[in-house]
Design a protein around this ligand. Structure first.
Ligand SMILES: [Zn+2]
Length: 315
């Protein structure tokens, strides 16, 4: 090796070493930044969305149930249990929606270093009586679809905010400012619902899955569902016949369906009603807000729901 070659090899070694050191410190830095962030696990979309809105840059949010997946019968995988085990704050709905969280996850993880937030706890829940043919008894259930009402969703999000400032008080000002912005959005939405639906001429809506009880309760209308609150029932012909009679009696020719759920029952209702009347029956969207969809997030879906409810309720 001549002198020139030696210099070249030495320089090459230095460059390689320098880049190894640089890469190592860069990835350490990245790791440190991730470690610094508060780890939140939320069972499903609306709660993950609220947590991200409040937590911003200071948190990582993992959502267990994928966007726009049926929530009532979902089951966690082993990887989900591991993710929950590593979290600082765990957020679930409660009111029997994500009962698997309590049954299959909470019972086996070490929760001593975590804050666990049951966001529907303490809310005024609506009771629903459902008949279960296989159990030969009536079971009292609570309607779990609390997040669909902006009034209740605000209270659920507030519990998430309280958990964040408790677990990570260093960033209290940051979380508080973001929570205030979010709180104002809920309040504005609730006020819009109250004022814009106050002029309604109709008071019944017909839906495929009875998920809108808390909207109906707060904004004074009534929902009739093809299937009940748990979304896993098979409707009988008499259910359709009964609903069609109510729709004819109240001259309502509109059916609401969430795009995530099967559309068949809405179509059956439309066909049955059109066969019996000379009316053209419309099918409109009413989002259950289980994920970002049609290019809109939780609040965008809320606004579209209000628009569509104004059509059906003639407000
Ligand atoms: Zn549901």
């Amino acid at each position: 090796m001549n002198k020139r070659q030696k210099i070249f090899v030495t320089a090459a070694i230095i460059i390689v070493l320098a880049s190894v050191v640089a890469t190592a410190s860069y990835s350490n830095l990245q790791e440190e930044m991730e470690v610094d962030k508060l780890k939140i696990v939320a069972t499903f979309y609306p709660l993950a969305f609220f947590a991200q809105q409040i937590g911003g840059e200071e948190v990582t949010v993992k959502q267990l149930i994928p966007d726009n997946t049926e929530v009532h019968n979902w089951q966690p995988a082993f990887a989900d249990i591991l993710a929950v085990d590593e979290a600082d704050v765990i957020v679930y709905n409660g009111a029997s929606l994500d009962h698997w969280f309590e049954d299959d996850i909470l019972s086996i993880i070490d929760s001593s270093d975590k804050i666990i937030v049951e966001t529907a706890e303490g809310l005024e829940l609506l009771e629903t009586e459902t008949e279960h043919a296989d159990e030969h008894e009536h079971e009292e259930l609570y309607d779990p679809h609390t997040w669909i009402s902006p009034f209740l969703a605000k209270q659920q999000a507030q519990k998430i905010y309280e958990a964040l400032i408790q677990k990570d008080p260093t960033h209290m000002d940051y979380y508080t400012e973001r929570w205030q912005t979010l709180q104002e959005r809920f309040e504005e939405l609730d006020n819009n619902y109250l004022s814009e639906l106050s002029t309604k001429k109709k008071e019944k809506i017909f839906v495929t899955h009875s998920a809108f009880g808390y909207l109906a309760d707060r904004y004074s209308f009534k929902q009739y569902g093809v299937i009940g609150i748990s979304a896993d029932e098979q409707p009988s012909a008499s259910v359709y016949a009964n609903l069609v009679q109510i729709m004819i009696k109240h001259e309502t020719y509109m059916v609401y369906v969430d795009p995530v759920y099967p559309q068949e029952s809405a179509q059956t209702l439309k066909n049955d009603l059109e066969t019996l009347t000379d009316q053209n029956v419309q099918i409109l969207k009413l989002y259950i807000m289980l994920g970002s969809i049609d290019g809109v997030d939780y609040f965008g879906q809320q606004e579209k729901n209000l628009e569509n409810l104004k059509i059906g309720l003639e407000a």
